[in-house]
Ligand binder design. Structure first.
Ligand SMILES: [Mn+2]
Length: 261
């Protein structure tokens, strides 16, 4: 059975539909055409692009159809979902932590905030932060922040779901801040300085949660390959093959690609 992976969509509903149509994975009526396959979205459905709610609505639609046809649609939690949910829940009312302003600074689109439904908020608030699919470990961010929430996939997901359904603004703020930690498995850091411990971090992460490979989004491939975003057509594999970056940089002009096994 095939598994398909789609990286960060960031409100690019039209590009997402075009990508799936191009590969004949949905019908002209935009219905599920993947049979009993598994399709995974890597988080960051919102912000920086015009139609985050459209993306969420479409993923939920595919999820419902897939389940009727023996297929599965997984959707991971991205940091932009956390920012969006925090803005929705708190606005800017907690003076020391202006969540709404923070979300706008991250590319928040007012139209999404105005059109999101309570059902979609509920769906977003229960997205898993990590998943093991076919013995591959799927996470949104190239970061070991997940270890702060538990030592198994189930524990991490339960603790983060608990947080996303709580009014503990200090914990929300902490989670959003933690997502700034990135580039953790690469041989160089955010500033381009050598970081030989990247590989060991990837190995340690897989030892904790299981899986033979980390698949993540969050970091546009063009930043690592120095391509123009439009030229990116495949994932970036690194750390001796232990890590696969599938963020196609759709918000910067990438057309998107599908990683499959
Ligand atoms: Mn992200």
């Amino acid at each position: 059975m095939t598994t398909y992976i789609i990286g960060d969509v960031h409100g690019q509903y039209e590009k997402l539909v075009a990508l799936l149509r191009r590969e004949n994975l949905i019908t002209p009526q935009l219905d599920w055409a993947m049979g009993d396959a598994t399709l995974c979205f890597m988080g960051d459905y919102f912000d920086r692009g015009p139609n985050g709610v459209g993306v969420v609505e479409f993923i939920i639609h595919l999820q419902q159809q897939a389940s009727q046809q023996g297929g599965i649609v997984h959707a991971l939690l991205g940091n932009h979902e956390v920012a969006f949910l925090a803005a929705y829940r708190f606005g800017d009312h907690r003076q020391s932590k202006p969540f709404f302003t923070n979300w706008l600074d991250m590319g928040g689109v007012m139209d999404d905030m105005q059109h999101i439904t309570p059902e979609q908020i509920h769906w977003l608030s229960h997205l898993p932060a990590m998943l093991l699919v076919d013995n591959r470990l799927l996470i949104h961010a190239d970061s070991s922040i997940y270890t702060a929430y538990g030592a198994s996939v189930e524990e991490v997901n339960n603790n983060i779901t608990h947080l996303l359904n709580s009014d503990d603004d200090v914990q929300w703020h902490k989670l959003l801040r933690q997502f700034r930690q990135r580039y953790e498995f690469l041989p160089f850091n955010w500033h381009g300085e050598k970081q030989p411990q990247g590989l060991a971090r990837a190995q340690a992460f897989l030892t904790i949660y299981g899986g033979v490979q980390i698949v993540h989004g969050h970091l546009p491939v063009f930043r690592l390959t120095n391509q123009a975003p439009e030229e990116v057509t495949e994932p970036y594999i690194y750390a001796d093959g232990l890590c696969v970056d599938v963020d196609p940089g759709m918000y910067k002009g990438g057309h998107g690609f599908i990683f499959r096994w």
